[in-house]
Write a protein that binds this ligand. Structure first.
Ligand SMILES: [Ca+2]
Ligand SMILES: [Ca+2]
Length: 284
């Protein structure tokens, strides 16, 4: 009960805390509804937002957001959630267009503009053969500024569409004991993988910068994210209690109307209970 009460309290505080908590680059802006718009619905846009507080990969944490990929199925290009230790720190950005402000247009472009060392989860809404994309929207795990991927998730569908004018629930979980990354979209597990992130990606550094990147190209969409909850947990994880995922804001006001939520699997009865008792909010 204490955990639940605390979560409610933190959820109530988050819209206020979220504002001004991010370094915004290029076209990213704060919206009046507490969300951050990464790109407006215009071509050749790029926006990046980094939380001002680094994450520590020696802690178990879970990050819970709503994301919005636009309302035009033929739009582009998508959003990435990124954790990095690029030497440019809070000014790091990748290439626009299909690289989504994270990576580079060709993986062999060693001198291209990309964020590295890093990992990312892409929510890709535009087909690019150079990145090995399927011909429909998909989610994929990426590393070190390379958008090219051999695996993806699209719910086993060839008409999967994220540009449906709906908010979607996105959760990223890191378990340092199991060295396990788990990514959920609308309550479904869309990626799970073991990786020694500190050693194999971040050169022994457990502190990482994190945030979102997005861009458009010839095709475009409005793209934004809304923080729901950031929670870090005391180890060992066997001592943790179960708590529910954050309840989404089912409607978010925007000029001229409201964005509604794709509620599948994101509400209080979500089957995927998460572990843990929140330890702290990253504030600075
Ligand atoms: Ca689409
Ligand atoms: Ca793409």
């Amino acid at each position: 009960m204490r955990t639940f009460t605390l979560c409610l309290l933190l959820s109530a505080l988050l819209p206020a805390l979220a504002r001004g908590q991010y370094v915004l680059l290029e076209d990213a802006i704060n919206l009046d509804n507490g969300c951050i718009q990464l790109t407006p619905d215009i071509p050749y846009s790029r926006g990046i937002a980094y939380n001002k507080t680094k994450l520590n990969l020696n802690t178990f944490f879970e990050i819970d957001f709503d994301i919005y990929l636009g309302n035009k199925e033929e739009g582009a290009d998508g959003i990435t959630f990124v954790m990095h230790n690029d030497h440019r720190e809070f000014q790091a950005m990748g290439t626009w267009g299909e690289a989504m402000g994270y990576g580079r247009w060709r993986q062999e472009y060693a001198t291209g503009n990309f964020i590295s060392p890093s990992i990312a989860v892409e929510f890709d809404t535009y087909y690019n053969y150079t990145q090995n994309d399927p011909d429909w929207d998909h989610v994929a795990y990426l590393e070190n500024g390379t958008n090219f991927h051999t695996k993806f998730w699209s719910d086993n569908r060839n008409d999967f569409n994220l540009e449906d004018n709906k908010l979607h629930d996105f959760r990223f979980r890191w378990d340092p004991e199991k060295q396990l990354i788990t990514v959920f979209l609308d309550g479904k597990t869309v990626f799970q993988g073991k990786r020694n992130l500190v050693k194999d990606i971040f050169n022994g550094n457990a502190e990482v910068i994190w945030g979102f990147t997005a861009s458009t190209g010839r095709a475009c969409n409005q793209q934004l994210f809304c923080l729901k909850r950031i929670t870090q947990y005391r180890l060992p994880s066997k001592n943790l209690k179960a708590v529910r995922p954050a309840v989404p804001r089912l409607s978010i006001p925007v000029p001229g109307g409201a964005l509604t939520h794709n509620k599948a699997g994101t509400h209080e009865d979500a089957p995927e209970a998460i572990l843990g008792e929140p330890l702290q909010l990253p504030t600075r």
